[in-house]
Write a protein that binds this ligand. Structure first.
Ligand code: NDP
Length: 408
């Protein structure tokens, strides 16, 4: 085995599992500004919080309603999802606010017990990923042949693309219904906890409001998410399931969490400017994603920026045989190949900016996302080159920049 494979399959996975699991607990210690004790297994409060969130998430997928079929895999399987994301978001947020009105200590309790809550999330994610590993090896649901790899790598990467558990799609449960809901409720709770502890802060409100608008936008578009790399490329394992069950509630909320123990120093006027910047970035990010969806929904027969959309015809092979697709070369997709990521980074920066004056820690999410999205650009392009071959190369020649026109 060469050094690359040794690192990739045998060294990388255990190192990542240990450092990320310990890392989130360290972050909670650091951001909370106190060294209160916590247990590796969580406590009764943290399990109630995690258990209730999980049950609520499951209920949202069990209720009868519209379903959405995701793209068919290369081995002929069509995943089925529940299409009630936006209703779930609104009902969950309103219910949470009503419960907080009845029990006003909840936000500070969540803040003070965050380390135990993350410990419970860690345990939950480990148990789920172990189960997914065993099931994927012993009794996978879909007939897909995958090459065996070292066990730790399989645990880290996952085995099945679209496993189902308790009648629901595992990745819709962990990514959309647990991870992103926990993110939303925690940023609201941390804003309220900061208000209770330090008095009202417009900057902290802006931080929470931008994330709330962003997440509302996500849920509005949830079915579009089922066409993304997380769903069509990543298998249900530690990388994506732990990422959504633990890393999202931890790192993605970190700026809001940090501001509870480190009150913002940004003025109200400064906060309003940040809000405007964030709103513009959210709208631009939405617009880029929308242009592609609109273009695909009309099979290329639509106008963008006042002119008929231009595109490159692209062929690929699916389980059902050869297929035809189109690569958009006008609108934002004619300026750079991943402008949606660039605007995503701008909006992430915007909700970190209320932490100005507290050093680098409040910017951790923006730093992490820069690494994640730059890496994702290359992963996505590798996938597209494999899928479309010469048509993709032609698109890259016509639209030569990845994220920033004339720069990168
Ligand atoms: P994209 O929405 O950019 O989708 C990439 C796919 O779109 C490609 O694989 C290809 O798929 C298709 N495609 C690429 N170029 C073209 C083109 N010119 N014309 C038509 N189709 C094209 O990426 P993601 O799915 O990663 O991101 C979706 C959203 O989620 C973005 O807003 C992103 O910012 C956000 N995001 C947020 C993250 C976070 O942690 N905050 C992480 C990742 C994403 P096909 O096979 O269909 O042709």
């Amino acid at each position: 085995m060469d050094v690359y494979n040794l690192l990739r399959y045998n060294v990388g996975p255990p190192v990542m599992v240990v450092t990320t699991t310990v890392g989130v607990q360290y972050l909670a210690e650091l951001g909370g500004g106190n060294s209160s004790s916590w247990s590796l297994l969580g406590d009764a409060h943290s399990w109630s919080v995690v258990g209730l969130t999980l049950l609520w998430a499951l209920l949202s997928l069990w209720v009868p309603g519209k379903v959405f079929c995701g793209p068919q895999t290369s081995f002929g399987y069509t995943p089925v999802y529940k299409a009630n994301g936006f209703q779930f978001f609104v009902v969950s947020l309103l219910t949470f606010l009503a419960v907080v009105l009845l029990y006003p200590t909840i936000p500070l309790d969540l803040f003070h017990n965050f380390k135990n809550i993350l410990a419970s999330c860690n345990v939950l994610a480990f148990v789920l990923c172990l189960y997914l590993l065993v099931r994927g090896k012993v009794a996978p649901e879909a007939a897909e042949v995958i090459e065996p790899k070292p066990l730790l790598y399989e645990f880290y990467r996952g085995m099945e693309l679209h496993p189902r558990l308790l009648g629901v799609d595992v990745k819709q449960l962990t990514n959309c219904r647990f991870g992103l809901l926990a993110w939303e409720l925690l940023v609201v709770a941390f804003f309220l906890a900061g208000w209770e502890r330090n008095g009202f802060s417009m900057a902290h409100l802006v931080c929470a409001a931008l994330q709330t608008i962003y997440l509302a936008k996500f849920y509005w578009w949830e079915t579009g998410y089922f066409n993304t790399l997380d769903i069509i490329l990543d298998r249900a394992g530690y990388y994506i399931c732990w990422g959504c069950l633990v890393f999202v509630p931890s790192l993605y909320t970190f700026s809001s969490y940090y501001l509870v123990a480190h009150p913002p120093t940004v003025s109200t006027v400064g906060a309003m400017i940040i809000f405007a910047l964030g709103l513009v970035a959210i709208m631009l990010n939405y617009r880029v994603d929308w242009e592609k969806e609109h273009f695909r929904a009309h099979d290329g027969k639509c106008d963008l920026w006042g002119r008929p959309a231009t595109y490159i015809e692209a062929q690929y092979t699916s389980a059902a045989g050869p297929k035809q697709s189109k690569l958009l070369t006008s609108g934002f997709w004619g300026c750079a190949r991943h402008l949606n990521y660039t605007f995503e980074l701008m909006l992430a920066l915007a909700w970190c900016l209320p932490g100005l004056g507290h050093g680098i820690w409040p910017f951790l999410y923006a730093i992490f996302l820069t690494i994640l999205l730059v890496h994702r650009v290359f992963r996505d392009e590798e996938k597209c080159r494999d899928k479309y071959g010469a048509a993709w190369d032609k698109y890259c020649r016509e639209v030569p920049y990845r994220m920033v026109p004339f720069v990168f």
